[in-house]
Design a protein around this ligand. Structure first.
Ligand code: NAD
Length: 267
């Protein structure tokens, strides 16, 4: 039985992860952590997340909770997750990080910490999206420079970072397949008389509206045709189930930094 500590437990993803853990064999909730000033601290986390009483209090400190777990599943934000990784690394506890918005400097620190622990970090834990990561690289390689790459993403009105981590990863994958530096060719939104599109740019557009769970489209636009690859999430369940699959997988792996491609054997 894998013992999971859910961090950000009262959040949208945290609550979904807890519900999905309860429906999955071989894994159990061993702790639940929220920010130290959360109004529901010390209440039964099952009641907070709509599961009914499960006998586990919501606590405001990962240090205490981590002792009971084999793996931390953290959907909070990049800054908080990085702090939590410091704790996991010091204790040798595995971590599944779903938070998005890590800067390149933060990612360097994550890679350093993962030398002493097992960590899966993926801006999108969905199985379908990870298959999309794989095919987008292959399509970009085959179509080459003749096709314009544009990436569209749409999310709910509450999302705080933009573009989504998944859209950024799709841009990086396409750029790398086309031997470009995404940081140089990424164009984030367009306005005004900006002139013709440069052939090597990779356009990034973000929509925020209502309760859209998450949609990503990569357009490869040629002359006379275009190829589009789209993934739509119908609910948050797919991310939660991917994170649980990662948690069960990672505890059998050596120390290191992994992503969902590793978990799913797509590499
Ligand atoms: P949310 O705001 O609903 O939940 C975040 C939770 O983290 C909140 O309950 C907040 O109180 C808690 N939190 C903040 N500081 C904390 C701290 N110091 N310790 C413990 N908990 C703390 O947001 P959400 O929609 O659940 O998304 C959370 C993160 O997961 C975001 O970065 C989002 O982009 C990402 N996300 C990733 C995937 C994926 O597949 N990787 C899928 C969906 C969302």
């Amino acid at each position: 039985m894998v013992r999971a500590i859910v961090v950000g437990a009262a959040g949208r993803m945290g609550a979904t992860v807890m519900r999905a853990i309860r429906e999955t064999d071989g894994i159990e909730i061993a702790g639940a952590v929220e920010r130290p000033d959360h109004p529901f601290l010390n209440r039964d986390v099952g009641e907070v997340s709509g599961l009914g009483e499960i006998g586990i209090p919501l606590v405001g400190d990962i240090e205490g909770a981590i002792k009971a777990g084999d793996v931390v599943i953290d959907f909070t934000n990049a800054e908080v997750s990085l702090r939590n990784l410091e704790v996991c690394s010091a204790r040798g506890v595995a971590a599944i990080i779903g938070s998005t918005g890590f800067t390149p400097q933060q990612m360097e620190r994550v890679a350093h910490l993962a030398k002493k622990m097992r960590c899966v970090l993926s801006p999108n834990m969905s199985v379908g999206v990870n298959v999309m990561f794989k095919v987008v690289g292959e399509i970009a390689r085959i179509l080459g420079d003749e096709y314009d790459v544009e990436i569209l993403e749409a999310h709910h009105r509450f999302k705080k970072d933009s573009p989504s981590g998944t859209a950024m990863k799709l841009g990086e994958i396409a750029a790398s397949a086309l031997k470009r530096d995404f940081h140089q060719v990424g164009v984030f939104g367009r306005k005004g008389v900006i002139g013709e599109r440069k052939s090597k740019e990779i356009g990034m557009q973000a929509v925020r509206a209502g309760d859209i769970v998450g949609e990503h489209t990569v357009i490869f636009g040629g002359l006379g045709e275009r190829v589009e690859v789209t993934h739509r999430s119908h609910s948050r369940d797919n991310f939660a189930r991917g994170a649980i699959r990662a948690a069960k997988w990672v505890i059998t792996q050596p120390n290191g930094l992994y992503d969902m491609g590793d978990v799913l054997g797509l590499k």
